[in-house]
Write a protein that binds this ligand. Structure first.
Ligand SMILES: Cc1cc2nc3c(=O)[nH]c(=O)nc-3n(C[C@H](O)[C@H](O)[C@H](O)COP(=O)(O)OP(=O)(O)OC[C@H]3O[C@@H](n4cnc5c(N)ncnc54)[C@H](O)[C@@H]3O)c2cc1C
Length: 259
């Protein structure tokens, strides 16, 4: 349709799927090859195996540097593996690309948190001459409303990480998701997939202001997520120490609101 945003995510997925199918048919790698394997002795440490760290590792390896990536999680890929749900970005696609990066000579050390298991000074002592920090933004924002620490309340990223790592998550039948970004929409759609009978997405502005990808918002609505626009949570209600509801107030969009 004319005058509608392009579904970038769907296009990316289409191109990636097409490329993967083509590679499988011709037994080719998606990455250009061959690359020079560690022709330099110059050692580089990269902290974080998300898209930023892995792309940097790949590009430096192409230039002949000896690269090691340190990743705190048990899996590489950053948010592509830990945040974005499988139905939107198949894990085998991410895993395949990571394997190909490793095949170029990049070493990935999993379960290694820099700042805990090793310090930046340790890395320098080991002989790394440059360090690239690509640790992403993994801390969720707090709402700062009463009831946030009740049993049954979980931040969106921790929830999606648990789902992505195949860990058990108890969500009950009625779920409220607060926020309007990709994390909120992914959490809402994942809740439906985990068996929630009702999933309410509570967002303080209108659909036009929602930062999540439009196509994802529409898919969430199609799947049964009920979006409450112009709605502000003020308190998380409690019953027997557990979450029992969310108290909200309706809002009116103010032209002066830039937050
Ligand atoms: C739910 C969700 C949905 C999204 N949807 C989209 C989308 O549809 N389209 C889009 O373009 N973008 C999307 N994004 C954003 C995208 O995922 C990020 O922009 C991208 O992953 C950022 O890459 P990064 O490498 O900077 O960080 P990350 O992907 O966050 O990777 C950082 C890595 O560093 C590791 N790390 C952190 N601290 C340490 C430490 N001290 N030592 C060792 N390792 C450490 C982490 O474990 C992680 O693996 C989404 C994000 C989320 C959370």
């Amino acid at each position: 349709k004319v005058d509608e945003p392009i579904a970038i995510n769907a296009l990316k997925r289409f191109v990636a799927d097409w490329q993967m199918k083509k590679d499988a048919e011709s037994n080719l790698s998606t990455l250009s090859s061959p690359l020079p394997m560690n022709s330099s002795q110059f050692k580089v440490a990269i902290i974080g195996a998300g898209p930023a760290g892995l792309t940097c590792a790949y590009e430096l390896t192409k230039l002949g540097y000896k690269v090691t990536v340190f990743e705190s999680s048990s899996k590489a890929g950053g948010m592509l593996t830990l945040g974005i749900p499988d139905y939107r970005l198949p894990k085998e696609l991410v895993e395949k690309e990571i394997r190909e990066i490793e095949e170029q000579g990049v070493k990935i050390n999993l379960n290694t948190t820099i700042g805990k298991d090793l310090t930046l000074d340790d890395l320098e002592e080991i002989g790394y001459e440059a360090i690239f920090i690509a640790i992403g933004a993994h801390r969720s924002k707090k709402l700062n409303i009463p009831g946030e620490s009740l049993e049954g309340v979980i931040d969106g990223l921790s929830f999606l990480k648990r789902v992505n790592l195949g860990k058990k998550v108890e969500i009950g039948k009625r779920v409220a998701i607060i926020g309007g970004g990709n994390t909120a929409v992914d959490a809402a759609r994942s809740s439906i997939r985990l068996g929630a009978e009702k999933a309410y997405l509570i967002y303080r502005r209108t659909k036009e202001e929602m930062p999540a990808i439009l196509e994802e918002i529409e898919k969430a609505e199609e799947e049964g997520v009920k979006i409450l626009y112009l709605t502000l949570p003020t308190k998380i209600m409690e019953k027997n120490g557990k979450v029992s509801g969310v108290k909200c107030i309706p809002l009116v969009l103010d032209g002066m609101d830039t937050g």
